[in-house]
Write a protein that binds this ligand. Structure first.
Ligand SMILES: [Zn+2]
Length: 175
């Protein structure tokens, strides 16, 4: 089974959501978004639950969002790596944070579909979460910097910075 949302989002719309999220937490676009602190803050305020779990509990996944209990679960090793400054954790948390938004704030509708059904990217909750994570962590207006600069400035991995640049270029070429 795969999951599709009945609430498709365009890249432009996701960009607006990312901007609004930075505004909400008073984080300007020229600095890194402290997603670890923000998620911990929301957890302390009881807005969502953050659960650090044993590495084998999540299997292949590094993080997971559970709708029923409004919980972001994250692998212990990934969490500790994040505290140690591993930028991969930031993308993971930003991705899971978007699942929280989809469910609790935007109140999206989800349906289970057959594995062989083609889900358009815009209606794929995982695509939406990845796109949001990239947009939130790396504001579009700084995409012209080198990937090394983006990585250093926005606390994302070099791979993440490169992916965001290539994806944007691909989209612009299509216009
Ligand atoms: Zn996900």
């Amino acid at each position: 089974m795969k999951i599709r949302t009945n609430n498709p989002l365009s890249v432009k719309r996701i960009e607006i959501l990312a901007k609004k999220t930075r505004e909400k937490f008073n984080i300007s676009e020229d600095v890194f978004f402290p997603i670890l602190d923000i998620v911990e803050q929301l957890s302390n305020e009881g807005i969502l639950n953050l659960e650090i779990c044993e590495d084998d509990e999540l299997g292949e996944a590094v993080g997971l969002y559970i709708k029923d209990t409004n919980t972001i679960k994250i692998k212990e090793s990934v969490y500790i790596d994040g505290l140690d400054g591993d930028y991969r954790t930031n993308f993971t948390l930003a991705h899971e944070y978007f699942h929280f938004l989809q469910n609790q704030v935007l109140k999206f509708d989800f349906v289970e579909v057959d594995d062989n059904e083609e889900i358009p990217a815009y209606s794929d909750p995982e695509w939406q979460a990845n796109e949001f994570a990239g947009q939130l962590l790396i504001p579009t207006k700084y995409i012209g910097l080198s990937y090394e600069e983006i990585s250093k400035l926005f606390h994302v991995t070099k791979e993440c910075a490169l992916t965001r640049q290539l994806y944007l270029k691909k989209r612009e070429n299509r216009k």
